[in-house]
Design a protein around this ligand. Structure first.
Ligand code: PRP
Ligand code: URA
Length: 209
């Protein structure tokens, strides 16, 4: 059974409150997206397998644990997902990075693909798909479709703000995919924006509006 988890850690919730505020500057918004992503990464990677190794300290041998199993990949959904990558890579420096470019058609709200470049060995990696917003779920489902078509079997979705409609869409299309969010908001409005949400994540990260 896949995990669907809202990470309600006080530090994340505090930063999320500032992130949502329409008065928050582009600079601070970008910093907060990154900080929240780092904190979420800590929880979303909690179940990664480890193996024991022996390490010679200056005084004795310590039994330690290191990451084992599959190598990792981080796949941001462009554009807004880019804002989550650096914090993840800081914590998992050996991860490879793929990019999936999708934008929502303003009329239909359906995702339109414009770019896809993935690590050659993506099918052998545990993949973390990152995107600040999970609204209708169309973009997330399309991104996971691409990854599965390339042979990926272990996929985790990380969104800063989701909503019931988006979670349902991902669960119905990809019941094996874990979803981690910092908040699961109330609903979508008539323009398929998350309510209360934070507005357009891409525009707020890149200052395009
Ligand atoms: C936003 C967001 C997600 C998508 C979520 O991207 O970053 O990718 O919408 O909506 P959905 O769940 O209904 O698909 P957008 O299409 O605005 O593109 P951008 O990141 O380039 O701004
Ligand atoms: N994309 C965003 O950036 N925000 C929303 O609320 C919905 C989709």
């Amino acid at each position: 059974m896949a995990i669907v988890k809202v990470i309600n850690h006080p530090l994340i919730q505090h930063k999320l409150a500032i992130l949502r505020n329409k008065k928050t500057s582009v600079k601070e918004f970008r910093e907060l997206i990154s900080e929240i992503s780092g904190l979420m990464c800590y929880e979303a990677t909690r179940n990664l397998p480890t193996r024991e190794v022996e390490v010679q300290t200056p005084v004795a041998i310590a039994k330690c644990r290191v990451l084992a199993g599959k190598k990792l990949a981080i796949v941001p959904i462009l554009r807004a997902g880019l804002g989550m990558v650096d914090a993840m890579v800081d914590l998992i420096p050996s991860a490879k990075i793929g990019h999936i470019g999708l934008y929502r058609d303003p009329e239909t709200h359906k995702p339109v693909e414009y770019y896809c470049k993935l690590p050659e060995d993506i099918e052998n990696r545990q993949v973390f798909v990152v995107d600040p917003m999970l609204a209708t779920g169309g973009s997330a489902v399309a991104a996971i479709d691409f990854l599965k078509a390339r042979g990926c079997k272990h996929i985790t979705m990380m969104n800063i703000i989701g909503c019931p409609e988006g979670v349902k869409a991902v669960q119905e299309a990809h019941p094996d995919v874990d979803i981690y969010m910092a908040a699961c908001d109330e609903k979508l409005n008539e323009h398929a924006y998350i309510i209360p949400g934070l507005g357009d994540a891409g525009d707020r990260i890149f200052g395009t509006k």
